[in-house]
Design a protein around this ligand. Structure first.
Ligand SMILES: Cc1cc2nc3c(=O)[nH]c(=O)nc-3n(C[C@H](O)[C@H](O)[C@H](O)COP(=O)(O)OP(=O)(O)OC[C@H]3O[C@@H](n4cnc5c(N)ncnc54)[C@H](O)[C@@H]3O)c2cc1C
Ligand code: SF4
Length: 560
C-alpha cells in the first residue's frame, strides 16, 4: 500500500502497544482503512532470545554500565543486554522533573507492540468498587462507566488474549474467561490455604496473559521463563504477534514504523482533527498524514504530550483542553512495601534448568471493601503480587564435598510486593518543558509527581500486612519492608486526560472521545479517572475495544 497524503485512511491510530494494537485490529476488521503509526521499529520472532544462554551474548549480560550509557533510566527494570534496543534511548528522548521530585519513567518501548513486549502480564478486572470509588469513600470523581457496561468487552478481550486464572467469586475482583490455571507451587499452596484459614484473605494464581491451551495458532507456555525476551511460540500476549498482525492480515491496515508523531493537525474552521504531523526517525524528515479520525494510543504520558504539543489558537493550553484538566491527575501505583519468608522445600531440589513458571500469585485487595470497617488512615487499597522460588544456598561456605553439600541445600522462599492505588491529585501532572526538545525536535515533558499522606500510610500497611500474612502462613525468617517511593518510579501510569461526564472537569467522555473535538480520541490509560490497585492493561484494552465500537457507529452515522 502506498501512503498518500490526503484521506486515504479513515482512521489514524498512534502507537501499536496494548491499546493501539486492539484499536487497529478492531477498526480494520470492520472494514475501515487504518494507518497505524508507531514510533518504534518493526518487531519479529527473529529478535526473540528467550532460549539464548547468557554466555552467547557479547557482554554475557554482565555489563550494566554499557547499557547505562544510553539507557540510564530504562536499564533499571526489565531492560537487559537481551532486549535493550527495544527500549528508548534516554539521551535521545529525555524528560525533565523538578529537582525535588525525581521520577523514573521506565518501560518506554520503541518497537511494535510497545510495552506488551516486556510486560509482567498480570491481567485483572476492575469492579464497581473502583469505577464508583468516589461514591464509596467521598474522594475524587466516579468514572463515567459501570462494570456492567464493560463486562461483555472484558469477556471478548480475555478470550482473545488468553488469561490463565482461578475463579474466586470476589465482588471486587470479578472472575473472567480464564484458560485453565497454571499450578501453584507447594509453598504458594500453603500460603493460599493458611491466609484463608487464619486471616480470611484470598491468595490466588496471578491472573496472567500466558496460555495454558493453544489459541488462534499460538502454543501453550512451555515454562522457559524470561517472557520479557520474546516468545517464539507466542504463548504470552504481545501486541506484536497478536493484534497487530491480525489487523495487517485484513488488508485494511498499514503499519508505518519509525513514525514519531509530533502533533495532531486541525482544521480550525470546522474544529476537526485532519491528521497528524510526524517525524520519520530514520531520516528526521517531517510528514503529514490525513484521515477522518485520529486515535491516540501512545501510552499515558506520550498521548498527552502529543495533545499538549498540538496547541492552537482555539486551544492555547493544549488541544482539547478547554477544561484546563489536560496533563493533571497523573497516577501510578506505589509498590515499595512487602515482605518475604522461608518455607519448607517439601523434598524438592533446586535446579539450574527449568521448568520456570512465569506466573506467580496475587493477593486481591482486602482493605476498605464494601461492608467492612474502613482502614484507619488511608483510602482505597492495594494487592500483592508474589511468587515462590527454590534457590541454591549461594552463601554456602567451606570447600570440597562439604561446600557442595551445603550449596545444594534448598532455600525455598516466598515474596510478596504491594501494588497500591495512588489518589488522583491535581498537583501530580505533566507539562511541556519549554526549554528541552528530543533529538527529533519535539518538546519534551516535565513530570511533577510525589506521594502524599495517603500513599505513605498505605505503604506502611503493605509492609505490616505482608509480615502478618507470612507469619500466619508459618514462614520462617520473615523480612518486611516499607519505605517511601522516592525517587518516584512507575510502570502503571494513568490519568492526565481523564474521562468524565462533565466537560468542565474532564477531557474525554466515556468513549474516550475528546469533549472538544469530536473526531479525536485517546484510548490508552490517559483517560482513567482513577488508577485502581489492579494492574491496568486488561482494562486499557477493554475500554479501547468498547470505544472503537462507538467510533465505528459514529463514523457510520456521520457524527464523527
Ligand atoms: C516491565 C513492565 C511490566 C509491566 N507489567 C504489567 C502487568 O503485569 N500488568 C499490567 O496490566 N501492566 C503491566 N505493565 C504496563 C503495561 O505494559 C502498560 O499498561 C500497557 O502496555 C500500556 O499500553 P499502551 O497502549 O498505553 O502503551 P504501550 O504498550 O507502551 O504502547 C505505546 C506505543 O506507542 C508508541 N509511541 C509512543 N509515543 C509515540 C509517538 N509520539 N508517535 C508514535 N508512536 C508513539 C511507543 O513506541 C509504543 O510502542 C508493565 C509495564 C512494564 C514496562
Ligand atoms: S515462559 Fe512461557 S510465555 Fe514466557 S517465553 Fe517461555 S514459553 Fe513463552
Amino acid at each position: 500500500m502506498q501512503i498518500k497524503s490526503r484521506s486515504e485512511f479513515d482512521v489514524i491510530v498512534v502507537g501499536s502497544g496494548a491499546s493501539g494494537g486492539w484499536a487497529c485490529k478492531r477498526l480494520a476488521a470492520s472494514g475501515l482503512k487504518v494507518a497505524l503509526l508507531e514510533a518504534g521499529k518493526p518487531q519479529s520472532d527473529a529478535n526473540f532470545t528467550e532460549h539464548q544462554p547468557e554466555f552467547e551474548l557479547k557482554y554475557r549480560n554482565r555489563a550494566k554500565e554499557i547499557l547505562h550509557k544510553t539507557r540510564p533510566i530504562q536499564s533499571r527494570f526489565a531492560c537487559s543486554e537481551y532486549n535493550a534496543d527495544w527500549f528508548v534511548n534516554d539521551l535521545e528522548e529525555p524528560y525533565t522533573t523538578p529537582k525535588d521530585q525525581p521520577f523514573l519513567w521506565m518501560g518506554r518501548l520503541r518497537v511494535t507492540g510497545g510495552r506488551t513486549n516486556v510486560w509482567g502480564r498480570v491481567s485483572l478486572r476492575f469492579s464497581d468498587l473502583d469505577f464508583k470509588a468516589a461514591s464509596h469513600d467521598g474522594y475524587g470523581d466516579d468514572w463515567p462507566v459501570r462494570y456492567r457496561d464493560l463486562e461483555p468487552y472484558y469477556d471478548l478481550v480475555e478470550k482473545y488474549v488468553g488469561v490463565t486464572g482461578m475463579a474466586e467469586g470476589l465482588e471486587h475482583l470479578p472472575d473472567g474467561q480464564f484458560q485453565p490455571p497454571m499450578p501453584l507451587t507447594c509453598q504458594e499452596t500453603i500460603f493460599r490455604e493458611r491466609a484463608k484459614e487464619k486471616l480470611g484473605r484470598t491468595v490466588t494464581l496471578a491472573r496472567s496473559a500466558n496460555l495454558t491451551r493453544p489459541l488462534n495458532g499460538r502454543g501453550p507456555c512451555h515454562y522457559c521463563g524470561p517472557c520479557e525476551r520474546g516468545c517464539m511460540t507466542h504463548s504470552y500476549f504481545n501486541a506484536a504477534f497478536t493484534t497487530v498482525p491480525d489487523a495487517l492480515r485484513t488488508g485494511n491496515c498499514k503499519l508505518i514504523s519509525n513514525a514519531m508523531v509530533h502533533r495532531v493537525l486541525m482544521d480550525e474552521s470546522s474544529n476537526r482533527a485532519t491528521g497528524v504531523l510526524y517525524v520519520d526517525r530514520n531520516t528526521k524528515q517531517t510528514r503529514e498524514l490525513h484521515a477522518r479520525a485520529v486515535v491516540l494510543c501512545a501510552q499515558t504520558q506520550e498521548s498527552t504530550r502529543i495533545l499538549l504539543n498540538s496547541a492552537t489558537r482555539a486551544y492555547p493550553n493544549g488541544l482539547a483542553n478547554s477544561s484546563g484538566v489536560l496533563g493533571h491527575y497523573l497516577t501510578a501505583h506505589v509498590r515499595s512495601g512487602g515482605g518475604s519468608g522461608e518455607f519448607s522445600s517439601f523434598g524438592e531440589r533446586p535446579t539450574l534448568g527449568g521448568p520456570n513458571k512465569p506466573v506467580g500469585i496475587y493477593v486481591p485487595r482486602f482493605r476498605n471493601l464494601n461492608g467492612q470497617p474502613s482502614a484507619k488512615n488511608f483510602l482505597r487499597g492495594y494487592g500483592y503480587e508474589g511468587e515462590s522460588s527454590l534457590d541454591f544456598n549461594w552463601s554456602a561456605s567451606g570447600f570440597g564435598d562439604a561446600f557442595k553439600k551445603s550449596l545444594l541445600e534448598p532455600r525455598p522462599s516466598l515474596n510478596i510486593t504491594g501494588f497500591g492505588e495512588v489518589l488522583p491529585r491535581w498537583e501530580n501532572r505533566i507539562e511541556i518543558d519549554p526549554d528541552v526538545k528530543d533529538v527529533y525536535g519535539i518538546p519534551v515533558l516535565r513530570i511533577h509527581m510525589a506521594d502524599g499522606e495517603n500513599e505513605n500510610a498505605m505503604i506502611k500497611d503493605m509492609g505490616d500486612s505482608a509480615g502478618e500474612m507470612l507469619e500466619a502462613a508459618g514462614a520462617r525468617n520473615v523480612r518486611t519492608y516499607a519505605h517511601p517511593s522516592a525517587p518516584r518510579w512507575a510502570l502503571h501510569e494513568a490519568g492526565t486526560a481523564r474521562m468524565g461526564s462533565d466537560p468542565k472537569k474532564s477531557v474525554l467522555n466515556q468513549f474516550q472521545q475528546t469533549h472538544d473535538v469530536k473526531n479525536l480520541f485517546v484510548m490508552d490509560a490517559s483517560g482513567f479517572t482513577s488508577n485502581p490497585c489492579q494492574n491496568p492493561t486488561l482494562n486499557i484494552m477493554t475500554l479501547c475495544v468498547r470505544s472503537c465500537d462507538y467510533l465505528m457507529e459514529e463514523l457510520k452515522r456521520g457524527e464523527v
